[in-house]
Design a binder for this molecule. Structure first.
Ligand code: PFF
Length: 462
């Protein structure tokens, strides 16, 4: 094949980059993880801890990933290789995690799509609506229906692939520029309805009433692990996404400011999700819960009980969760293909984005189909002898690969090459928090990531 000189892609604008990074951070974690963890782990007290971790560790790790990407001008595998050949393995670590994430994320995103469509069906009184079936029953039927589960997983992933294949600025950036403001407005509308329902105040006090009792004895470890895991997953850390997104940044873009805005926006949206969800859950007389139970059972029951307005809020809510999930899943796919696009460019094959997006997207689809066919642990042999395939993939990514990769990263850039990344942050802007950054990357972030690793393993095996 003839050698072609093709330029690497970059973001069209700072705003576009910022929205894409926020789009990656804001996902299912904000919707089904944060509100419940907040309420169960001390309310306002948890929030303070969460914010401290987001500043002392999240901010610092985001800045590390973004500056590594921009400095090396490479996606994850080549970025680590550029620092030193012996670190290439760390890049591979980060590059592997996204496959597992997409494997289960596309299944969950596909369900949100299904719920959006079913609520739309209710709006038109169609036979394919939810038709008053209770949330738990609807979810049980869907997860037992392997064909439907597979179809929706596939649709969700194909939509992700289509956007990513279109290009960085033409696909991902354009999509986020429309989708993220839309998500914000949809969330606002739902909050207004939720907090004005009779009985909503019990939800507000569940979310925010400070409860320092939870820190007593060894309770603080549980709370810290919950807050730490949430910060880590919600900010999309430890899997090369922000390295990849950072590699498309221009030198005049301000890394320091971006590293602050991303966690700030992510936390605001997570709090808004809490306000949208919990007051409505309490107002309808249900108990709070988190995860799939909250999203696919409790909330559907809430919409069922809202009378004529139910399907409208159902479509709005599940629609916004689809947006949140798809803007995250496209960042995961980009992190996978980014490295291979870079290899192609280096070898003179030109930009092979389309082929790579479809090729790797289909590999992830196979993984998603395994999760769909497993029906939450019903049909396939358990992974590692005890987990559903969804939990098994989650364990490999969130429990093992991501925290180990992030821990090694803090050692490389906090201890072995402490001056390498601050130099990059200085380019194009003043680095006001340099002392804070250096201190936290050396002393706080390694402890934090190590603690996450232990906490995650404990959640799965404890
Ligand atoms: N940050 C996303 C969420 O909170 O749902 C999920 C996520 C996206 C996690 C991308 C990890 C990731 F690499």
């Amino acid at each position: 094949m003839p050698k072609k000189e093709v330029k690497r892609e970059s973001w069209g604008s700072s705003m576009g980059f910022m929205l894409a990074a926020i789009g990656s951070a804001v996902g299912l974690g904000n919707m089904w993880g944060f509100p419940y963890k907040l309420g169960m782990n001390g309310g306002f007290a948890f929030l303070i801890l969460y914010l401290l971790l987001a500043v002392f560790a999240g901010y610092v790790l985001i800045m590390t990933e973004l500056s590594l990407g921009r400095k090396t001008h490479s996606s994850i595998i080549l970025a680590y290789r550029e620092v030193s050949k012996k670190y290439t393995i760390v890049g591979w670590f980060g590059a592997l995690a996204p496959f597992f994430i997409l494997g289960f994320y596309s299944y969950l995103g596909g369900y949100c799509l299904k719920y959006t469509i079913a609520n739309l069906g209710d709006l038109f009184g169609a036979s394919w609506g939810v038709n008053g079936v209770s949330g738990p029953e609807y979810f049980a039927r869907l997860s037992a229906d392997q064909t439907q589960s597979a179809i929706y997983t596939a649709i969700f992933l194909v939509l992700t692939i289509i956007v990513v294949a279109r290009g960085l600025s033409e696909g991902i950036e354009k999509f986020n520029k429309v989708a993220m403001p839309a998500l914000f407005v949809m969330l606002l509308v739902i909050i207004i309805r939720s907090v004005t329902l009779p009985g909503a105040s019990a939800g507000l006090s569940f979310l925010f009433k400070p409860n320092f009792e939870v820190f007593k004895g060894t309770g603080w470890i549980t709370v810290l692990a919950a807050a730490g895991g949430q910060v880590f997953f919600s900010l999309s850390l430890g899997m090369g996404i922000l390295v990849t997104y950072g590699s498309y940044m221009k030198k005049d873009q301000n890394i320091e400011k971006s590293s602050l805005v991303i966690p700030f926006a992510d936390t605001v949206i997570a709090l808004m999700a809490g306000l949208a969800i919990m007051p409505a859950v309490f107002a309808s007389g249900q108990s709070p819960q988190g995860g799939a139970g909250l999203l696919y059972m409790t909330l559907q029951t809430v919409f069922n009980g809202m009378g004529k307005l139910g399907p409208i809020f159902g479509v709005l809510f599940y629609g916004l969760v689809v947006i949140a999930a798809i803007t995250s899943s496209m960042s995961v796919l980009e992190a996978i293909i980014g490295s291979f696009i870079d290899y192609g460019l280096k070898k003179g094959y030109g930009n092979q984005r389309k082929k790579l997006a479809w090729g790797f997207g289909l590999v992830c689809l196979c993984m998603g189909l395994l999760v769909a066919y497993d029906g939450l642990g019903k049909y396939l042999p358990p992974m590692f002898g005890k987990f559903s395939w969804l939990d098994g993939f989650d364990l490999l990514a969130e429990g093992v690969l991501m925290p180990i990769g992030a821990f090694i990263t803090t050692i490389i850039f906090g201890w072995i090459h402490p001056d390498m990344l601050p130099e990059e942050v200085h380019i194009g802007s003043e680095f006001k928090s340099e002392k804070f950054y250096r201190f936290c990357l050396k002393w706080v972030a390694p402890v934090f990531t190590f603690f996450i690793l232990i906490g995650q393993l404990n959640t799965f095996f404890g």
